[in-house]
Design a protein around this ligand. Structure first.
Ligand code: C2E
Ligand code: MG
Ligand code: MG
Length: 600
């Protein structure tokens, strides 16, 4: 069977899986079973039983004819009994065989039964019509009734079977993309390892997919996933990668490719590179063009691991490593160092302990206006490992989001920084603001506003000295509720800043309905601002639009004098960056304030 035929069969929901190069369909690989085949194989009764039933039926039919016409008798319990009394018994035996054949052997059973039943008609009709052998009348009717029973049984069985096939298909198919799902992938993986064949597992995660969902919504997110799936599936089927591949979706934005036939690791990377290239084709969602990248991690059986779970885990760890180190599209093979580098479980445990011990603390990064006058500070969460070394927020903030404790981290920083700031403002007469980061999860909590009020009253800090930083994604998650909360924050007198503006897939129309005070231009725009006139114009446009909408604008991540010059030229209001101040301990931040103001 050709590859194309395979995919047609799959689409028609016949029990086979589409796979490039036919890993699972070439004759020599026939014994590598797809999970569905495995399941159906378990249900199939042995062929030898079919032969026995057919043989028994033929024997019973011959005996019926023999005994029906026999005038011989035999002695049973002292009485002479005619052989013909066994006609009924042999007829029943034959019918039972027929019914069992139809019940257990599907199409083959049905057509064989029908054939042997129909073959008898000419004999029965000739006997009846030509030779007026009225003894064949019961046999004639039995045959007709058995044929009707066989047809009814077969039709009913077909329906049940089709239903079972549909259920089985659904059990191994990802509903969104129609690719093999996690269960199917893992079963195929197990089969390959049982066959002890060399193959590679590629674990793939689409970069920043969360922000697509956050900004464009789940519907568009799903469309994009389906588009990626069909792009990769077509590529796998085209055979252009040079290897025999099967693409599956494990869930969310996580895909998996099983690859056979790569001789060297270079071959493998080349094949994976084809999938990376395919992603750079224009994908569209909601009429917007998207440029996506993915992280690819691979592991080879049996080089990196000797069982199915382990080889997948190695590929997954390699993929996580790509994410940790690059954050943008790249390919990486598994190495032992990766496991040593994979601190995620450690970080999560450390995070839980830090929350229990209330040991998350904050640093304050100063913000200035362009004349170098202090505007305030942003409080940034900090955590140390068991040796007292700082763990990067780029590591523990996503981990906190993953394990659902980001709101606790936010609160700890918010509360501690507010208490410190309250004391600071009682000591020094300065007009400065404290900014805190609030995650979507935190802001959406029903008691969020109570918490803000409690913190304001406990710290004694005037509400208008507070600023809450949120990202635009909040407007997509639950725009109505977000707007309600944001308005309530505004009514309290607390300021709102839109953090990381320009990242994600921000839409200016959202900004329009966002009752904010400040827009924070993301560092990535500041980084390339001076590299081309268009980049500079882009930042200028954000500042211009921000001003039109009545926001102040601050640029994040300013590191160079030339950037300050440009920002001054294009009318930026404030600067936050290493050039004028790194995140500081509370004491050092107090030192900065002391320089600007006289004690009260
Ligand atoms: P963010 O809110 O955009 O904070 C600014 C980040 O940029 C900080 O990184 C800051 O140290 C860094 N930064 C500022 N100026 C420069 C510069 O000139 N050069 C460079 N290279 N970096 C600069 P940090 O502290 O690592 O925090 C990273 C992110 O973690 C924050 O980005 C924020 O999204 C998140 N985060 C930090 N604290 C909290 C918190 O308490 N709650 C929540 N939900 N997120 C937090
Ligand atoms: Mg921030
Ligand atoms: Mg930011």
């Amino acid at each position: 069977m050709r590859k194309d035929d395979m995919s047609v069969l799959w689409k028609r929901r016949i029990l086979l899986i589409p796979i490039t190069g036919g890993i699972f369909v070439r004759k020599k690989d026939k014994d590598v079973l797809h999970p569905i085949n495995k399941i159906s194989a378990q249900d199939k009764p042995p062929a030898v039983l079919f032969a026995v039933l057919l043989g028994l039926y033929i024997t019973a039919s011959v005996l019926v004819t023999v005994v029906a016409h026999s005038r011989e008798t035999m002695l049973i319990g002292g009485a002479q009994v005619s052989y013909s009394v066994f006609t009924g018994a042999f007829t029943s035996l034959g019918n039972i065989c027929i019914i069992l054949m139809v019940a257990f052997y599907g199409k083959i059973g049905f057509f064989s039964s029908l054939a042997v039943l129909l073959i008898q008609f000419p004999v029965l009709t000739t006997g009846l019509v030509k030779h007026h052998n009225y003894q064949s009348i019961p046999g004639f009717f039995t045959n007709v009734l058995t044929i009707i029973t066989v047809i009814l049984l077969y039709v009913r069985n077909r329906r049940v079977q089709e239903y079972q096939e549909r259920i089985t298909f659904q059990a191994v198919t990802d509903q969104l993309t129609e690719l093999p799902n996690r269960f199917a992938c893992m079963e195929v993986l197990k089969d390959l390892t049982e066959k002890k064949e060399r193959f590679a597992v590629v674990s793939i995660d689409i970069n920043n997919f969360k922000s697509i969902n956050d900004t464009l919504g789940f519907k568009a997110g799903n469309e994009i996933l389906a588009e990626i799936a069909s792009l990769w599936d077509d590529l796998a089927k085209s055979g252009k990668t040079g290897t025999s591949d099967m693409v599956g979706r494990l869930g969310g934005d996580e895909f998996l490719i099983l690859m056979k036939g790569a001789v060297t690791e270079d071959d493998l990377v080349r094949s994976i590179g084809c999938y990376e290239d395919a992603l750079s084709h224009h994908l569209t969602a909601d009429g917007c063009e998207l440029y996506l990248t993915a992280s690819f991690g691979y592991a080879v059986y049996p080089d990196h691991a000797q069982n199915a779970d382990a080889v997948y885990n190695c590929a997954h760890a390699a993929m996580e490593d790509v994410k940790r180190h690059n954050g943008s599209g790249h390919i990486r093979g598994f190495t032992a160092e990766i496991l040593r580098d994979d601190h995620s479980l450690e970080v999560e445990a450390r995070l839980r302990t830090a929350i229990e011990n209330d040991s998350i603390f904050f640093q304050l990064q100063p913000q200035y206006d362009l004349s170098h006058k202090l505007r305030g500070f942003e409080a940034l969460a900090r955590m140390t490992d068991e040796n007292g070394n700082m763990v990067s927020p780029a590591v523990f903030i996503p981990a906190a989001e993953n394990i659902g404790v980001i709101d606790k981290v936010d609160s700890m920083v918010f509360r501690k920084a507010a208490v410190f700031f309250g004391e600071l403002l009682r000591k020094y007469d300065v007009d400065i603001t404290l900014s805190v980061n609030v995650s979507v999860r935190h802001l959406m909590k029903n008691d969020f506003m109570d918490e803000v009020r409690d913190i304001i009253s406990a710290s004694g800090l005037p509400a208008d000295r507070f600023e809450i930083e949120i990202t635009e994604s909040i407007m997509i998650d639950s725009a109505e509720k977000a707007l309600r909360v944001i308005n309530e924050i505004g009514e309290l007198g607390v300021k709102i800043a839109i953090d990381d503006f320009g990242t994600g897939y921000s839409s200016l129309s959202y900004l329009n309905s966002f009752p904010a005070d400040l827009v924070k231009v993301d560092k990535s725009f500041i980084d390339k601002m001076n590299s081309s006139d268009s980049s500079k114009q882009y930042v200028a446009a954000i500042i211009y639009i921000g001003h039109v909408m009545g926001f102040k604008v601050i640029s994040e991540g300013v590191e160079q004098d030339e950037q300050v010059d440009t920002l001054r030229e294009i009318g930026c209001d404030y600067i936050q960056g290493f050039i004028w101040g790194r995140p500081l301990s509370a004491d050092d931040a107090e030192g900065v304030v002391r320089k600007q103001a006289e004690p009260v």
